[in-house]
Design a protein around this ligand. Structure first.
Ligand code: HXC
Length: 261
């Protein structure tokens, strides 16, 4: 529950960055109900914490997450999963988080693991990362956005290929296809990710949250509506102290010290 120490994740901070490390190593971070509840609780707490400006979700070297917990799912009936909204019910918390969330992926990101990474704002991958939606091999289909976010990220051809064959794609292919923003050597994964996260934390949180909201709007609307949404937020930011600070700092050749971080 909300006030107990998490068991299947570890929660740490680095400066203003909140880090959640999935920690179920023997099961390759298979995502069960308890883990997803703990993850959601940790993210919501960071989102509400003024000391935090950005979040990172990561796993182990071998696995970001090998998917939803197949052992737990194996005996579920339709009645169980539909009535209780099983498996998926606590997966949507991450979508309500307003500060940026970066996925730092090494090893397997399969099924629900790939879907979890895609729910993050962007993915930085280690060179050993492997992405896939292997649900078809289990007689099911992706259930946490895989058939929706993957085609938006990589286009229909590759999404159909991955979802229908269940094959994995490596980090190079994932970067070429646009699923991940950067690929780095495994030993540099956290350094690179924290570098990006700490950089984001230096900016005005108001503009950071507006930027995230506006990019996400691109996937929910037509171009004219999206551009209008962006324009409204763009104009609104001229009402903030941080816009004055950011532009004054540039004009006077000094580093901006944003107030709202
Ligand atoms: C439960 C899992 C698991 C999973 C691995 N394990 N993935 N347990 N759920 N998704 C367990 C294995 O059973 C094993 O336990 C241990 O982790 C190590 O895994 P191995 O298979 O021995 O490792 P390896 O040979 O290196 O193979 C790694 C792997 C393979 C290729 C990732 O484990 C694999 O194919 N896993 C399943 C991937 C998958 O199908 N994911 C999609 C799930 S469906 P023991 O006890 O034997 O040591 C899904 C639906 C999403 O995600 C719905 C969202 C709501």
């Amino acid at each position: 529950s909300a006030n107990t120490t998490p068991e299947l994740i570890t929660v740490t901070t680095e400066g203003r960055v909140g880090i959640v490390t999935l920690n179920r190593p023997k099961q390759l971070n298979a995502l069960n109900d308890q883990l997803m509840t703990e993850l959601g609780t940790a993210l919501k707490a960071f989102d509400a914490d003024d000391a935090i400006g950005c979040m990172v979700i990561t796993g182990s070297e071998k696995a970001f997450a090998a998917g939803a917990d197949i052992g737990a799912m194996a005996t579920y009936s339709f009645t169980d999963v539909y009535k209780g909204d099983y498996i998926t019910r606590n997966w949507e918390t991450i979508r309500s988080v307003r500060k940026p969330v970066i996925a730092a992926v090494s090893g397997f990101a399969l099924g629900g693991g790939c879907e979890l990474a895609m729910m993050c704002d962007f993915i930085i991958a280690a060179d050993n990362a492997k992405f896939g939606q292997p649900e078809i091999k289990l007689g099911i289909i992706p259930g946490a956005g895989g058939t929706q976010r993957l085609p938006r990220a990589v286009g229909k051809a590759k999404a159909m290929d991955l979802v229908l064959t269940g094959r994995m794609m490596d980090a190079t292919e994932a970067e070429r296809a646009g699923l991940v923003s950067r690929v780095v050597p495994l030993e540099k994964l956290m350094e690179e990710t924290l570098g990006a996260a700490l950089m984001i934390c230096e900016y005005s949180l108001i503009s950071v949250m507006a930027a995230k909201e506006s990019v996400n709007r691109a996937f929910e609307s037509g171009l004219a509506d999206g551009v209008m949404f962006e324009r409204r937020l763009f104009h609104a930011l001229f009402a903030t102290e941080d816009q004055k600070e950011g532009m004054d700092a540039f004009v006077n050749k000094r580093k901006a010290a944003f107030k709202h971080r």
